[in-house]
Design a protein around this ligand. Structure first.
Ligand SMILES: Cc1cc2nc3c(=O)[nH]c(=O)nc-3n(C[C@H](O)[C@H](O)[C@H](O)COP(=O)(O)OP(=O)(O)OC[C@H]3O[C@@H](n4cnc5c(N)ncnc54)[C@H](O)[C@@H]3O)c2cc1C
Length: 315
């Protein structure tokens, strides 16, 4: 049951680079944004150490520190950042309609505009050793972390297009890449498979899964198992890249916002507009292509500008 309802102008769901950047722009445009952070305050970058490719940090920056900076910048212009999770939404289909969001199952907010920035979570294998060594050699993003493994040996896990792309990308940086494919063939497109097979320092092992990631504080190797024969062997590597897909955080919007076949939110043309007036989406939740902090931040800016123009158009 509803306990209280609060009226606000601009609700931002999510506190990653997209949400905080949307907040900076929305606050400066006097939309008085309220950000609900979700359980992962600061988003995915709080799970990583060094971020080397976000413009403006010539020496690199720790992920959590960068997200603290973005939060402080949003707050400087009056953004209210609240720790809480949106548990339900009732989005209006009408131009100028009021959108309702339930917070932590016990309170509702009513907003004139909503900016969805709930991100997409990388899928992991679920091994204890993999989780323990996340940030210590286990990564889900070759573009982000590949540079740290220059001239070293790494494995990539996965058989789809993303895995093929990550493996060939890493092959340009690393000494040797071993691609571990669970099935007897890859799901990647024929063109991508060809690229994989034509890369000299890239070896593919089919029917192969990780049994355990080895190492105490950092990765020292992986023990793999052939799922046909049961044979196990150790591969000495310093990096393990998991490339088995992402899951956009969109369950909340099921049946209300248009999604593609992988459940990413669909935005119109080059804008951040969703199928509903006054609801905008930015960051990884609507982007399965680039998935970088800077692109998420860029689309957060776009969402705030789209929201501002939408409200101005109503007046
Ligand atoms: C280990 C790792 C390292 C990375 N390194 C880099 C790097 O070096 N450089 C780079 O550019 N990119 C890097 N990335 C990618 C980058 O983190 C993402 O592209 C970026 O964080 C996406 O931003 P976002 O704001 O769209 O979503 P996210 O950062 O995923 O944030 C989503 C936010 O939504 C919130 N949320 C979700 N559901 C709800 C809800 N129901 N209610 C309220 N809030 C909700 C979450 O709590 C979170 O705050 C890395 C990713 C990982 C996993």
């Amino acid at each position: 049951m509803t306990e209280t309802t609060e009226k606000i102008k601009c609700l931002i769901i999510g506190s990653g680079p997209a949400g905080y950047t949307a907040a900076i722009y929305a606050a400066r445009a006097d939309l008085k944004p309220v950000v609900y952070t979700g359980l992962e305050m600061g988003g995915q970058l709080t799970t990583t150490t060094e971020v080397d490719n976000f413009p403006g940090y010539p020496e690199g920056v720790e992920g959590p520190k960068m997200m603290e900076d973005l939060k402080a910048q949003a707050e400087r212009f009056g953004t209210e950042v609240r720790f809480g999770t949106v548990t339900k939404v009732e989005l209006s289909k009408e131009e100028g309609g009021i959108h309702r969001a339930e917070i932590d199952g016990n309170k509702w907010v009513e907003a004139e505009v909503v900016i969805v920035a709930t991100g997409a979570s990388a899928k992991y294998l679920g091994l204890e050793s993999e989780q323990r060594l996340r940030g210590g050699g286990v990564s889900a993003c070759a573009t982000c972390d590949g540079f740290f493994y220059r001239d070293q040996d790494v494995v990539v896990v996965g058989g789809g297009d993303t895995a093929a792309e990550e493996a060939t990308y890493l092959a340009k940086i690393c000494n040797k890449v071993t691609l571990l494919v669970r099935r007897g063939e890859m799901r990647a497109s024929k063109a991508m498979q060809k690229r994989v097979m034509n890369t000299p320092n890239l070896e593919v092992m089919f029917h192969t899964e990780i049994d355990e990631v080895l190492g105490d504080k950092t990765v020292e190797g992986v023990r793999v198992v052939n799922n046909q024969t049961g044979e196990k062997k150790v591969i000495d590597v310093t990096g393990v890249f998991i490339a088995i897909g992402h899951k956009p955080n969109t369950e909340l919007f099921e049946g209300q916002l248009d999604m593609d076949e992988s459940k990413y939110l669909i935005t119109k043309g080059k804008s951040t507009k969703t199928n509903l007036p006054g609801v905008f989406a930015c960051g990884d939740v609507q982007d399965k292509e680039y998935r970088q902090a800077v692109t998420a931040a860029g689309s957060g800016c776009m969402a705030a500008l789209d929201a501002e123009r939408y409200l101005a158009g109503l007046e």
